[in-house]
Design a protein around this ligand. Structure first.
Ligand code: KIV
Length: 282
């Protein structure tokens, strides 16, 4: 099966809606790929939904490469996008190029995503020039949670909305192959989508984007610390998972598990011989 590439994703604008979902390990990568997602984002949301941090700021390059490599081992079709963590690209252009390259050379990703627009155009241009496809990400960019004063929707007034449109155009001009729009009003997302020729991938940005992205644990109802308005839970797996493990714990305690079908016994002749050998040794 041919792997989807970044140019393939760019070519889908206006042809079909693009689906992207996050994954963080081998089984979630396998499941997202088997479900037919076009892109799998190994998001730095890893920090919150898998590593249990309050926000994404503590996630390191080592964390991201480790988890992206695990996802890659489970994916045969989708485009894998590695999310550049906080302070892996902000300090300098050379650091950005070096770290973006590591996603391709060490983890199997075939594109990177980085948060922010105008302040990072130099980094984006240099990464693209080095041969690494870049997905932009504007609107609510969780790595700026300290500056925003929380996880707050962006572009809600006319000026900030117009600035987002300009920022999206600048990202396209810098060479991004697509752009994530997070938590922006649907009118702003629709305007950006109409104004640029690369696909927009929305999360909390309404129906008029070229595609959608959601976090794996949110879709499956596995994460309940907080659930943003834009999340749709397609399953509620946390409760059944707890119930299943509870049942296992009870069965271990009562001796109901393991039962005959869960283990292997020796052939009677071999068992006799085994006993004889033990007897001789003893
Ligand atoms: O880290 C992440 O999962 C993301 C998506 C929510 C877009 O950036």
């Amino acid at each position: 099966m041919n792997k989807i590439t970044a140019p393939d994703i760019s070519g889908l604008k206006g042809i079909k809606k693009i689906s992207m979902v996050t994954a963080y390990d081998y089984p979630s990568g396998q499941i997202a790929d088997a479900a037919g997602a076009d892109m799998i984002l190994v998001g730095d949301s890893l920090g919150m939904v898998v590593l249990g941090y309050e926000d994404t700021l503590s996630v390191t390059m080592a964390d991201m490469l480790h988890h992206t490599a695990a996802v890659s081992r489970g994916v045969s079709r989708a485009l894998i996008v590695g999310d550049m963590p906080f302070m892996s690209y902000q300090p300098s252009v050379s650091m950005a190029v070096e770290n973006a390259g590591k996603f391709l050379s060490k983890s199997g990703a075939r594109a990177v995503k980085l948060e922010g627009g105008f302040p990072f155009l130099a980094q984006i241009r240099a990464i693209v020039d080095s041969g690494v496809p870049v997905q932009g990400h504007i609107g609510l960019t969780p790595q700026h949670v300290a500056r925003f004063g929380g996880f707050k929707a962006q572009g809600k007034n006319a000026r900030s909305a117009a600035a987002l449109v300009d920022e999206a155009k600048a990202l396209e001009e810098a060479g991004c192959f697509s752009i994530v729009l997070e938590a922006v009003p649907d009118e702003v997302a629709a305007e950006i989508t109409a104004e640029i020729s690369i696909p927009t991938i929305g999360i909390g940005a309404g129906p008029n984007t070229d595609g959608q992205v959601l976090v794996y644990h949110d879709i499956l109802g596995l994460f309940d610390r907080f659930v943003p308005k834009f999340v749709k839970k397609y399953a509620q797996l946390r409760g059944p998972s707890i119930e299943a493990i509870k049942q296992y714990v009870t069965e271990v305690e009562t001796g109901a598990f393991p039962s005959a079908e869960n283990f292997t016994s020796m052939d009677p002749e071999e068992l006799e011989l085994f006993k004889t050998l033990l007897h001789k040794q003893g």
